[in-house]
Design a protein around this ligand. Structure first.
Ligand SMILES: [Fe+2]
Ligand SMILES: [Fe+2]
Length: 263
């Protein structure tokens, strides 16, 4: 149990601290160059999460659980701060106090990812991770919205002249909106919807679409990296959304395994 706690904590922190670090960079790139205070704050978060990432890589399965418990608390504090920063930026944009290139939906999106990370750290430290059937619904409701948002960002950041790719991104956006609504319906039908056959089908269906979206993002990343398509998507952003899709796919694969083990 204790080993599981250490591995699980390190896994989550290694993945999400790199994500938080990159969010700081993306937000910074989207600020107007006169907003030096915001740029400085973003830089500070970049180095905070870079340090956390390095620290998490220095720990291992053998690290004392108490040390990891304390580390989780420190990381939780940092995530709480970056979440508040993101919400402050969202408020400034929505109230037209700042101008820049960060879409409000993107800022909201990165704040939701921070909130998810914060909650996971709380669950790990209090030993209150969701039981499997609830985890299946909760993770899907969260990640399907994330995937639907990504498709919308890609759609808007590709050059309009890339008509075929824009069309594909729009199709993914529609597909994931539909999957998200289905997930919300299952959520609303809880606890009656928590049956093995329904959850099996739900995970299978979502896996098919997530695999397709992940492959699309991988292709987009390679095309952007090789300068073969026109867009204002930095290669790092393309890679970032690809990694988030891979992460979701890994979660779905583990659900599939756990569900078939309970049969
Ligand atoms: Fe992200
Ligand atoms: Fe994301």
């Amino acid at each position: 149990m204790a080993d599981h706690f250490v591995d699980r904590s390190l896994e989550e922190i290694r993945f999400w601290s790199r994500i938080m670090k990159e969010h700081s960079l993306f937000l910074k790139l989207g600020f107007n160059c006169d907003d030096t205070q915001l740029i400085r704050e973003a830089d500070r978060f970049y180095s905070i999460f870079e340090n956390i990432e390095n620290q998490s890589l220095a720990y291992s399965s053998d690290t004392d659980p108490q040390t990891i418990y304390d580390f989780n608390k420190v990381v939780h504090g940092a995530v709480c701060h970056i979440w508040a920063f993101k919400r402050k930026v969202l408020e400034l944009i929505i109230h037209c106090k700042i101008l820049g290139n960060n879409f409000p939906l993107l800022v909201d999106h990165v704040s939701r990812e921070a909130a998810y990370f914060m909650k996971r750290l709380e669950q790990l430290n209090t030993g209150t991770l969701d039981p499997l059937p609830d985890a299946v619904i909760n993770e899907n409701v969260f990640f399907l919205k994330i995937m639907a948002d990504h498709a919308k960002f890609i759609n808007h950041l590709l050059d309009p002249s890339e008509r075929k790719l824009v069309e594909q991104a729009r199709d993914f956006s529609h597909d994931f909106d539909q999957l998200l609504f289905q997930a919300i319906d299952l959520d609303s039908m809880r606890p009656e919807s928590l049956t093995q056959p329904l959850l099996d089908q739900f995970v299978d269906q979502n896996r098919v679409s997530v695999r397709q979206l992940r492959d699309f993002k991988k292709t987009a990343y390679e095309l952007i990296e090789a300068c073969r398509i026109k867009s204002i998507i930095p290669p790092l952003l393309a890679d970032h959304v690809f990694r988030e899709a891979s992460h979701f796919l890994e979660i779905l694969d583990s659900f599939e395994l756990e569900l078939s083990a309970t049969k």
